[in-house]
Structures are given as structure tokens and as C-alpha cells.
Design a binder for this molecule. Structure first.
Ligand code: PHE
Length: 451
């Protein structure tokens, strides 16, 4: 449609490593450190983890490769990619859903990331660990229910995200990920070592690694799959957009596998940083979303040098959230830059600000606006639900069908970077054609209450 308009040289990653770190930065986020541990806790520990690993391998890696391939082939944003590959067909709507999902996800992501930033400073000043352990829940509830303070932290967080994205691919996103991702790795390793060497840590390790399949339910399987999408940043065009800046000589199947392994390894390590400590101090592993903001601070209080580790931990979450948020903002930014020929600066500031404003009701809905509900959910939960459980699986379903069926096998194998007769290529197509669509459709039917 708009071909011929986008003649300015398109930005590219400076190096393969830079691209890999940025994609890992996108994948590794609140999903790994905040959500994965608490859903693992709620759905029974290691049996859930096994199902999660299967979902990553059978569906996550193939769909990520499909996104990278579509982006790199077309060198376009989430919407433009589909228009270029199948002109005149409605597949581009997938990209529009993605842009919408990006708006929604980043709006509440910024709220939770703001909490993490605030907890980092509270841990530094000593205020956090001065709260008696049994009052942590009230403390957290009081903080997120307060009208002003979380908003200020959300503002600060979103401002940092905007400042990075304004600088562009090489100078902004790539540069920051190159510094932040290794930092993240070091922080996590220190925390894991601390946690697994606590007396009584064994029980937590067993919780993670000795499966009890009786704890597993159909619901757990669907939650695992839904989370695999969220954690790998799939279904909303993030990986299409990041893939569109990848030079021709990068091997995409290796990249998709590497990013998925790093993301999953990080989630497991986050579990190892959290559960042994939770068990060692006799706390509840199934505390839900409050696990890291309520249970963990109480755990740090009981630990020698707890304040130091608390600072590291909340810094870890803030940094992980930052590198993911950057990738989410890049989805609409890339789209608006091409579609409306906006400069990067204009697109980033305008879209970043709108998303920030949209996050305000999410934040307030946990306090002052708590009575206002949509389908029985407060605004924050309604937005999370719509984006994470409806739009992302829908996007994932469409991208699987698109590369599995619409593009044609030959074309897909070619853009995926598979040689003639490659067994991996065949398996990839098989997953995109049959396994991924069926399972993802089940998640969708489940989350909409149809099954
Ligand atoms: N993968 C990120 C996380 O685990 C979240 C995310 C979702 C990022 C979708 C981009 C797209 O926190």
C-alpha cells in the first residue's frame, strides 16, 4: 500500500550480539521474575515447569522464528510486514492487534515496573526492611493503593523508556541492552547463590525440581502456554519489529533457539533465587502476585545482609522490566514512523506519553478507583486480561497460520533460513501448521470462557 514511501535507510543492529541481547532483553522481564515464580507456586511447582518447557520447545521457539523471519524478510514493522508479504489480504490486521496489545501491555507494565523502582529505593534507604514482616502485605497494599506515589514512579520509569527509544536502534536500544543484560545476569547469579546456600534451602529446590503430576490441571497447561507467549514476547509483533533490524547474515533458527533458552533459563534461575529462600524461612510459595513484593521483603529481613540482597533484587526487576518495556514501545513507534512518516522522536514522545496516560487508570484502579470494574475485573486486571490472554494468543495464532499456511511452505522455509530438505525446517512447518494453532486456539477458547 504505502510502498515507495519508506525510502530512508532503515536502521539495523550493529552486531549479531547486539541483536541477541536486545531480543533477550525483550523476552526477559517481569514475566520471568514476577509472574513465572508466582504461577509456578500456584500451579504446583515442578510439574508445571515441565509443561512450560514443553510449550516453549513445541510452540514458543517455532513462533518466535516465524516472527523473526517475517520481520527480517520485509524489513518492516508489525503491520507493514504482513502488507508486504500478502498485499491486499487482511493478514495485516494481526499487526494492528499487536500494536493495540503493545499499548495495553506497556500501560500496566509501566505501573508494576514503577513499583519495582520504588521498592529499590525503599530497600536502599532501609525503609522497606524496617517494616515488620507480618505487615508487609499492608505496606504493599497501602503503597499501590496510594494515588500519587505509584504514579510518580510510573512517570519516572516511562520517561527512561522514552529516552532510550528516542535514541534509536543502535545508539539507544542496542547500547542499553549491551550494558543492562550482562548486569542482569550477574545480579541474578549472586541472588541464586545466596538463596541456595541458605540452611533449609533444599525444600525449595525440591519444590522446583521434583515433579508431582497430580498437582497438574488442564488449567495449568493453558496457563503455561499463555505464559510462554508472554514471556517470549510473542504474538504482538515485538519479534517481527526487532527481526526487521536484523542483517541478512544472521542465522534466525539459532537466534530464536538461543533467545528462548536464555529466557527460560532466566525464569528457572529466578525460581532458584526465590523459592529456596521462601522455604528456608517457612513462607508460603503460593502467595500469588504479591510473592515478590510481600513475601520476599519479609524473607530478606530474616537473611544476613538482607538489605544488600533486597536492593540487588529490586534493581534486577527494574532493569529486566526496562529492557522489555523498550521493546514494547518500539512496536507502535516503528509502525507510526512508517505509516505516518513521523520522526522517531515525535513517534516515541507522543506514543510513550499516551501509553503512560493510559496506565494511570490501571494504577488508580488498585486504590481510589477500585470500585469501577469491567466484567468484574478492576481496570488493571481487565487490561492485563485483554492483552495477555486474548490479544497475544490471537496474534500468535495468526502468525502461526500465516507462516504455516498462507505464505506457502517453500516461501516460509526460505525466509526462515532453512535449506532444502532440512529436518528442522520440516518440524518447524509442522508445528506452525498443526501443533501451535490447535493449542493456541485452546488457550483462546479457555480464556474467553468458551471451554
Ligand atoms: N516478555 C516480557 C516479559 O517476560 C513481556 C513482553 C510481552 C514484552 C510482550 C514484549 C512483548 O516480561
Amino acid at each position: 500500500m504505502s510502498q515507495g514511501l519508506e525510502q530512508q535507510a532503515r536502521e539495523q543492529w550493529k552486531s549479531r550480539t547486539g541483536f541477541m541481547l536486545a531480543a533477550m532483553g525483550s523476552a526477559i522481564g517481569l514475566g520471568n521474575i514476577w509472574k513465572f515464580p508466582y504461577i509456578t507456586g500456584e500451579y504446583g511447582g515442578s510439574a508445571f515447569i515441565i509443561v512450560y518447557l514443553i510449550c516453549i520447545a513445541l510452540i514458543g521457539v517455532p513462533v518466535m522464528l516465524a516472527e523473526f523471519a517475517v520481520g527480517r524478510k520485509t524489513q518492516k514493522d508489525a503491520v507493514g510486514s504482513f502488507q508486504e508479504l500478502t498485499p491486499g489480504k487482511p493478514w495485516f490486521v494481526t499487526g494492528l492487534f499487536g500494536v493495540m496489545a503493545a499499548f495495553l501491555i506497556l500501560s500496566f507494565y509501566g505501573v508494576v515496573a514503577g513499583w519495582a523502582l520504588s521498592y529499590t529505593t525503599k530497600a536502599m534507604s532501609g525503609d522497606l526492611l524496617a517494616v515488620p514482616g507480618e505487615q508487609m502485605a499492608d505496606h504493599f497494599g497501602g503503597f499501590i493503593g496510594n494515588a500519587l506515589s505509584p504514579l510518580l514512579w510510573q512517570t519516572l520509569f516511562m520517561a527512561i523508556v522514552i529516552i532510550v527509544v528516542v535514541r534509536g536502534i543502535k545508539e539507544g536500544i542496542e547500547k542499553w541492552n549491551k550494558i543492562l543484560m550482562p548486569t542482569l545476569g550477574v545480579l541474578l547469579v549472586i541472588l541464586v547463590i545466596r538463596s541456595v546456600t541458605l540452611p533449609g534451602a533444599g525444600e525449595g529446590i525440591a519444590f522446583l525440581f521434583s515433579p508431582d503430576f497430580s498437582a497438574l490441571s488442564g488449567e495449568a497447561v493453558l496457563v503455561a502456554l499463555g505464559h510462554a507467549f508472554f514471556s517470549l514476547s510473542l504474538g504482538m509483533g515485538t519479534m517481527i519489529t526487532y527481526g526487521s533490524y536484523v542483517p541478512k547474515n544472521v542465522n534466525l533458527p539459532t537466534a530464536a533457539t538461543g533467545v528462548s533458552i536464555a529466557d527460560t533459563g532466566f525464569a528457572l534461575l529466578a525460581g532458584l533465587a526465590i523459592f529456596p529462600a521462601v522455604f528456608a524461612f517457612g513462607m508460603d510459595p503460593a502467595a500469588g502476585p504479591g510473592l515478590i513484593f510481600i513475601t520476599l521483603p519479609a524473607v530478606f529481613e530474616l537473611m544476613p545482609f538482607g538489605q544488600f540482597f533486597a536492593v540487588l533484587f529490586f534493581l534486577l526487576i527494574s532493569v529486566a522490566a526496562l529492557t522489555s518495556a523498550i521493546s514494547i514501545l518500539e512496536v507502535p513507534v516503528a509502525y507510526f514512523m512508517r505509516k505516518f512518516e513521523w520522526t522517531r522522536k515525535k513517534a516515541t514522545w507522543i506514543l510513550g506519553t499516551i501509553i503512560f496516560l493510559f496506565g494511570i487508570p490501571s494504577s488508580l484502579s488498585l486504590g481510589a478507583w477500585g470500585e469501577f470494574t469491567i466484567f468484574g475485573k478492576v481496570f488493571f486486571d481487565a487490561v492485563d486480561f485483554l492483552a495477555s490472554y486474548i490479544l497475544l494468543p490471537l496474534g500468535g495464532l495468526c502468525i502461526a497460520l500465516f507462516t504455516g499456511w498462507a505464505l506457502g511452505k517453500q516461501k516460509s522455509l526460505e525466509i526462515g533460513g532453512f535449506g532444502e530438505g532440512s529436518v528442522w525446517g520440516k518440524l518447524w512447518i509442522f508445528s506452525l501448521r498443526f501443533i501451535s494453532p490447535v493449542l493456541v486456539a485452546l488457550v483462546l477458547l479457555y480464556s474467553t470462557g468458551i471451554i
